[in-house]
Write a protein that binds this ligand. Structure first.
Ligand code: CA
Length: 504
């Protein structure tokens, strides 16, 4: 885990109207009451300098290019925020464009609507530019839209509100075809099932390093009387540099058991690098800040020993995947996760080195080791890190929006949908809190599955297993697991006989 959410930035084709066209702070919604939505409608504009400020936020007018009388600056401390009172004349979905400038490079900040988290917006340009949170549902009436310091360091000129474009529902039509032409029957059956459900149902999932009998599954079952459809596991302890320090794992065994019990398994791999690259404690060496490994040097031949060592690491994990293949267990395989965040060493050398490693890993596992039980879940979380359609079966996003945030994360969903034109399935490969499935359906955020991270996200850190409501209240967990839209272990068909869809 580790969180990263990069919102889509795009440029409106609409000509920007000057602020003088509107009465500051009282802009009309993007649409006439009762009228049909029209793309050409001008946005409602609310100048930041006329909004309410909290903390150190204040009006400035030094940086050129603003509209109105200036902009809001001073987003530096946790209390710093700017709140707009907006008037919406019709229930619907709206794009919120926080026209702003970044101070010294890429910045992300929180957006709240009426006090509830609505997502994050990002801006990279140092001049005033669009920074859009797409598809926020707003009912008719007055709303408070707040931008609050996460990274801070933006100059906020204005908020523009336009009606969202209608969703293109063909994005839910995904192929069941797997990249690997030799994919096993069981992998094809699983992918066929996932593709058949996609856009209609959402599979529940839960990470647990102790498998089905671990605390996470125990407390979820206690609250919901159900088990998740997907068990999430980590090959972390099979990394040779951890095994050398005494780590052991039963993850492979837990995966086989869950599959036998009718469930689905997904694996990530917190790849602990070879010991020679440790700069801090061995158990946290997968973090960039704890290793001096240089992936670029390894891949361009400067560090030949490093290359050999990485191949030995891959060999260790390939052996575990081979055990699963032997048992005919298909795996939703999510290696090299959250790469673009840079906090893991495989993302620290930038997208080109990462993509090389991803493709190398794909090639070795698929063609050298003959692992045909893998469904490749790419989790680079940035379009520039996408290795190509021929190496990706599913796109995963990891989202940790905070505590008890039940929003569907539609903005992140659509962002991921647009990494490629190839209509890949998009899943929430990790999450902290569980989103409200009702909101997912309303917003069109039809994640193929979610998979809540382990530990504190569901269970209290106590000897006696107890559910933790810190991230998701019991009532919401129950709502999710009871939802007709959400599939649990109990809802899964026999995946060993599920019909294979012969898609292109
Ligand atoms: Ca302004």
């Amino acid at each position: 885990m580790r969180k990263k959410l990069r919102s889509r930035i795009f440029i409106h084709s609409l000509a920007l109207l000057t602020a003088s066209f509107f009465l500051a702070g009282a802009g009309a919604a993007a649409q006439e009451p009762g009228g049909e939505p029209q793309e050409s409608e001008a946005p409602a504009v609310y100048e930041a300098e006329d909004a309410s400020f909290a903390g150190n936020v204040h009006k400035e007018a030094f940086q050129p290019g603003y509209s109105g009388d200036g902009y809001a600056a001073g987003f530096a401390g946790d209390e710093d925020a700017c709140t707009f009172q907006v008037q919406i004349t019709q229930d619907g979905f709206y794009d919120l464009n926080f026209v702003s400038a970044a101070v010294g490079g890429y910045k992300e900040n929180y957006v709240f609507v009426d006090g509830a988290s609505a997502g994050e917006v990002s801006v990279e340009d140092m001049s005033f530019t669009d920074s859009v949170l797409t598809r926020v549902y707003l009912a008719e009436g007055e709303h408070e839209v707040t931008i609050k310091k996460f990274w801070g360091w933006i100059l906020l000129d204005r908020l523009e509100i336009t009606e969202s474009e209608e969703l293109d529902e063909t994005m839910y039509e995904v192929s069941a075809h797997l990249c690997n032409p030799n994919a096993s029957e069981s992998a094809k059956r699983l992918m066929s099932f996932l593709a058949d459900q996609y856009g209609k149902k959402i599979l529940s999932g839960q990470y647990s390093s102790q498998g089905q009998l671990g605390k996470e599954f125990t407390v979820i079952h206690r609250v919901t009387d159900k088990y998740p459809a997907i068990l999430g596991l980590d090959f972390i302890e099979y990394s040779p540099s951890r095994a050398a320090n005494g780590s052991t794992s039963k993850a492979t065994e837990y995966a086989m058991n869950y599959w036998k019990n009718g469930g689905i398994v997904t694996f990530c791999w917190h790849w602990n690098p070879p010991e020679k690259y440790f700069t801090r404690e061995w158990w946290r060496a997968f973090y960039t800040d704890s290793t001096n490994i240089d992936l670029a040097a390894i891949l361009n031949g400067e560090d030949e020993e490093g290359y050999q060592l990485l191949m030995e690491d891959i060999d260790a994990i390939a052996k575990q995947l081979a055990i699963l293949q032997e048992a005919d267990v298909p795996v939703l395989w999510r290696p090299l996760h959250e790469a673009s965040g840079g906090w893991f060493w495989w993302g620290a050398a930038g997208p080109e080195a990462y993509k090389k490693l991803y493709v190398l890993l794909y090639d070795k596992l698929t063609n050298e080791y003959g692992l045909n039980n893998l469904i490749w879940v790419w989790n680079g979380q940035d379009k520039a890190w996408y290795p190509g359609d021929e190496y990706v079966d599913i796109i995963g996003e990891d989202l940790y929006p905070g505590e008890r945030v039940y929003a569907s994360q539609i903005d992140a969903y659509l962002n991921a949908v647009h990494y490629t034109d190839a209509h890949k399935m998009v899943v929430m490969s990790e999450n902290g809190c569980v989103f409200d499935p009702e909101l997912a359906v309303r917003d069109g955020a039809m994640w193929g599955f979610f998979c809540t991270w382990e530990g504190e996200f569901v269970a209290k850190n106590m000897a006696i297993y107890a559910y933790s409501e810190q991230y998701t209240e019991e009532s919401m967990l129950k709502k999710a697991y009871d939802s007709d839209v959400v599939l649990t272990l109990e809802d899964l068909p026999d995946l060993t006989t599920y019909p294979i869809r012969e898609d292109e």
